[in-house]
Design a protein around this ligand. Sequence first.
Ligand code: URA
Length: 241
Amino acid sequence: MHQEIKELFTCITNLVEAYRDMGFDPPPIRSEEIAHTEKDAGENNKPSPALYVSDSLKALEASIGNCRLCKLHNQRRHLVFGEGNQKATLVFVGEGPGVDEDLSGLPFVGEAGKLLTRIIENGMGLSREDVYICNVVKCHPPKNRDPEEDEIENCMPFLKKQISIIKPKVICALGRIAGRAMLGESFKITRDRGKWFSFMDIPVLATYHPAYVLRYPTAKRQVWDDVKEIMKHLGLEVKNG
Ligand code: URA
């Protein structure tokens, strides 16, 4: 029964969001009244009175729930919401979950993810827990194809909400798809990586996607330049030049 209520809540929330995106202004849903999570339900399945306020990532994740806004939900195993620090000063945005992420429900855990983790840990001297990592689309596109326009359009409100909750100092767009989704169609990764742009009034710098670097290791040099630029912007010490 609790599961049914959660799904109903998700449908209502998605509908309200869809209306908002179409420019309507529906009556506000007081998410602090209805946003329960699995954890809140407790072992004995009783909803607890401890509820999430609407400006937390957990409440947002609960409200996205079992999203079926686009066709990507058909084949996904897990919706990959994102993970990391809600107070992160740096957010990494990739394009969409791969196979490993679809299986685990966590972003950037496959080979490209391992490289991103090395960049964060060895390059920046941070940990994955210090930053926030997510994707433009939250569900795995079959056969690792690029996410399609309608899929990106449906999912962007979720990314925007994540960003508005975290309010990072810098967003690092990983690759062409993330760059275009946030910065517009004229964005070109080869021309525009390493430059500062703005998304939701937050500075954005795009670099090559780690999967691209695995294929073309010579791109490492440019990625390291971009990482250093981000570190400078965040006031972090840059080692090795
Ligand atoms: N590639 C992405 O863009 N995102 C992931 O989460 C994993 C691989």
